[in-house]
Design a protein around this ligand. Structure first.
Ligand code: FMN
Length: 201
């Protein structure tokens, strides 16, 4: 298969068979992630592989509690809050494995001004996206399903503290990993409107 076809074939799959994923396979995915391009030869990422019930539960509880506070602040109906938080909790605790991608300042440049400091962190964040894409492509190559979940970027400290991670590890992306439920049908991809998304000069 061509690389283009392979990239097209990767889909976000949100339903899994209950089978566990071998730790070595999960480590291979983390290694693939770590081959991503990164600013000035840094690797400003840390990956937490979570496949224990206790770990999944702790992360889901910690982020769920934070989300509940945010939704209450938005004056969302309490029944709806319960529904949303429970669905998110179930999604995390029923996935066979989770990989939590964190950012760290280790290896990044420091600037005295806020503007360049923010740009440096932005570069790290871009590279984390490339790393997560590598991880998901590696998963697809291994016959695994994966889906990126945004939650930790909204509550990095809650995610970090839920798993007792070092203070300087800031969770920014979560990937659910497992063997795909064969009944799952991926959402239809909209066509790519190149004339809107691309400019020629
Ligand atoms: C930064 C980011 C955050 C995402 N967050 C979620 C999420 O919280 N829940 C979810 O089901 N999918 C999430 N996704 C997956 C997207 O919905 C999915 O990539 C998109 O719909 C395109 O589908 P595809 O990956 O199958 O091509 C996220 C993707 C990205 C890149």
């Amino acid at each position: 298969m061509s690389i283009a076809a392979f990239i097209e074939q990767r889909r976000s799959i949100r339903a899994f068979r209950p089978d566990p994923v071998d730790r070595r396979l999960l480590d291979d995915l983390v290694e693939a992630a770590c081959l991503a391009p990164a600013p000035h030869h840094s690797r400003p990422w840390r990956f937490v592989v979570i496949d224990s019930d206790a770990g999944k539960q702790a992360l889901a509880d910690g982020m769920g509690a934070r989300w509940r506070v945010d939704l209450e602040g938005d004056a969302v109906d309490p029944a709806r809050i319960d529904e949303l938080v429970t669905a998110s909790h179930t999604k995390l605790t029923t996935a066979p494995a989770l990989v939590l991608a964190c950012l760290t300042w280790d290896g990044l440049d420091r600037y005295p001004d806020e503007t360049r400091q923010r740009a440096e962190w932005g570069m790290a964040l871009l590279s984390l996206g490339a790393a997560v894409e590598n991880l998901m492509l590696g998963a697809a190559d291994a016959g695994l399903a994966s889906c990126w979940v945004a939650a930790p970027i909204f509550c990095p400290e809650s995610a970090r503290d839920a798993l007792a991670l070092p203070t300087e590890w800031l969770p920014h992306a979560l990937v659910l990993v497992g063997y795909p439920d064969p009944a799952y049908v991926a959402r239809q991809r909209p066509p790519i409107p190149l004339d809107v998304l691309r400019a020629n000069r």
